[in-house]
Design a protein around this ligand. Structure first.
Ligand SMILES: [Zn+2]
Length: 335
């Protein structure tokens, strides 16, 4: 999408009372799009990471739209990641706004610090179990906890059930749980305007990493993120929308084509992993190295999430089986 087309679409969206506000993040993904929805309640969808720079830019955007942070009456979270929720508490404290998020994510958001520690512990155990060297797993854990200051606890005052409707001023947003990128990804569907706020469920310029997480209900173990993500994409593909406003990058004007593209590349990657395992059995980290070469330390969990996601799919299909060698899980083809 070129600049002129993007500006035209965002101007049309603005004429319906929705302001797109890109706010900086310290992450590779770049800016996050927060959205201000005019009306009563004046609503902010996602707030950006907790940093002075992000808050200053958010302030400017809200002022440009003719409002102040103090005027915001409702903040809505699309999912649990810190680039989206870090400033929610700050905004809610300054404005007295209600905070809405998926009901299943309330406990996760309320216990940001301990939940993040528990995520990191799960990640270290998973990495070591799948063949990542101890020192890399531990380095990554330290790195991850150093990012913590960009997040914050969020006290949700308005839990939203899947399938319920969030009523704004003349705008009804249907709450659709779409786990995969994170376990709490929520899409807000405005049927009347044929558009949706998608968070990071679908991004126009990059595929949304289906990151492995702790399950939202606090049960032990991990999510089957890619399996869940695929199911979620198939549901979103059925939606009758002209436009999806995403958490990063350009608005999406052809979600069906984009989802097909994402699903096709998933199938290609599953087949590639199957072929790599047909050469010889390997750990999930061994597969990641075969695909991406020497995996950078910061990418170790990301790439492992991706590979394990495909292993889940191949295992469900009965095409890959698992064994254990010296405490590390090894995969081989079974068809
Ligand atoms: Zn994001």
């Amino acid at each position: 999408m070129d600049e002129a087309q993007r500006e035209k679409i965002l101007a049309e969206v603005r004429s319906t009372g929705v302001h797109t506000m890109p706010v900086p993040t310290p992450f590779a993904v770049g800016r996050i799009n927060c959205y201000l929805v005019e009306g009563d309640p004046l609503t902010l969808i996602d707030a950006g990471p907790r940093s002075n720079q992000s808050l200053a830019e958010l302030d400017i955007h809200i002022n440009d739209a003719g409002h102040r942070v103090e005027d915001i009456q409702l903040v809505v979270a699309t999912h649990q990641h810190i680039d989206h929720i870090g400033l929610i508490r700050t905004v809610a404290e300054r404005s007295g706004a209600e905070v809405a998020a998926l009901d299943k994510s309330v406990a996760r958001l309320a216990t940001f610090g301990t939940s993040s520690d528990s995520e990191d512990e799960m990640a270290v155990q998973l990495m070591v179990r799948h063949g990542v060297a101890d020192e890399i797993a531990n380095t990554l854990q330290r790195l991850s906890s150093s990012y913590r200051e960009w997040g914050d606890t969020v006290d949700v005052t308005m839990p939203l059930a899947e399938g319920s409707t969030l009523e704004l001023d003349g705008r009804s947003l249907k709450v659709l749980h779409r786990p995969g990128h994170s376990p709490s990804d929520t899409v807000f569907f405005d049927e009347q305007h044929r558009m949706a706020f998608g968070g990071d469920h679908l991004l126009s310029h990059i595929s949304s990493n289906p990151l492995i997480s702790r399950p939202l209900d606090g049960s032990p173990g991990r999510t089957r993120s890619l399996v869940n993500y695929t199911e979620s994409l198939l549901k979103t593909k059925e939606m009758d929308i002209d436009l999806m406003l995403s958490g990063h990058g350009d608005p999406i004007i052809d979600h069906v084509r984009l989802i097909d593209k994402r699903l096709e590349s998933q199938v290609r990657r599953s087949e590639k992993i199957h072929a790599i395992l047909a050469e010889r059995p390997r750990s999930a980290h061994g597969i990641a190295e075969a695909i991406w070469g020497n995996v950078a330390v910061t990418q170790a969990f990301l790439t492992l999430s991706e590979v394990i996601g495909h292993i889940d799919i191949l295992t469900d299909q009965g095409r890959v089986q698992e064994s254990e060698v010296d405490g590390v899980l090894i995969y081989e083809v079974s068809d």
